[in-house]
Design a protein around this ligand. Sequence first.
Ligand SMILES: [Zn+2]
Length: 330
Amino acid sequence: MLKKCGMLEKVGGPGAVRVCFGGGIYVAGRRASLAVDPSGWVSRRVDFALVTHAHSDHVTRDALSLPLVATRETAAAISVRFGRPPARVITVRVGDVIEIEGVHVAVLEAGHIPGSAMYLVEIDGVQLLFTGDFNTAGSILADAAEPVERPDALIMEATYGDPAYIFPNRAEVYSELMDLVEDRARNGGVAVIAYPLGKAQEVFRLLGPNVMTHSAISQYNRALGFHAGGRSNVVIVPGARHAPYGYFRVAVSGWYASEAVRREAARRGIHGIPLSDHSDFSGLVEFALRALPKRVYVAYGLRERFARYLRRLGLDASAAAGGTCVQLRG
Ligand SMILES: [Zn+2]
């Protein structure tokens, strides 16, 4: 059963749910059970799954047989990734609040890649905020992720959950990339190395429709409505080995916020630019502090390290290791 609700207010009295981590996140309530980002062998029985976005660590082929809640863009990207569409998709968009099997789900902006979403879930009177991957900075493709206040639990990522990862202002990063590409393209070819889903579309939007894209990127561009135009000596490729011979190579990734990583790339002839579709360390901390949840579970990335930082700031935070289960109350 699926119906649209006007808002997400706490329904029912305080209850308890069981949340298990490993190969995705599994939530079992009294009447319904669900998976969030099933990303391994789906061993548990669930009524449906919420998919935050189509990166390979958030959805795997096994999940295609489940009824999936996803945005149109995420469903399209899943079809590209696995070569076939999911068996059943309940299509949602940011701002929707739906009810499935007695579970209320609000769809929130994640700011990560086209179509990415966070989900606020209310099941048996317990409110859980699942961030998937998220970006609090906003970009030319997506608005910034904003937390909801005081969920019973915040289940979050911490890919860059270390103070070494503070990203420069995004507008400055955009300028650096555009200036570098324009300058180098005057006297030769430029290959921009970017992850095919998410980062590649951001670079494509930034550099204009005349840039070329590798086929691994073109298939996502077509599915997501990023239409290529003419020909140029600037190409977006998924990896350094795909760069045409003799082209100047520039790569975009949050890891280049580290001086050491930039130097290492330079030794391999790659100019690294710290453009990320994740929150940096301060964005992650601010998000958790603004949400002020009863509990925080760090489910992705630098789990132990970031949970320790949050505990120092007074939050009840744990690293959610695979194979563990917790009982949560509303
Ligand atoms: Zn991701």
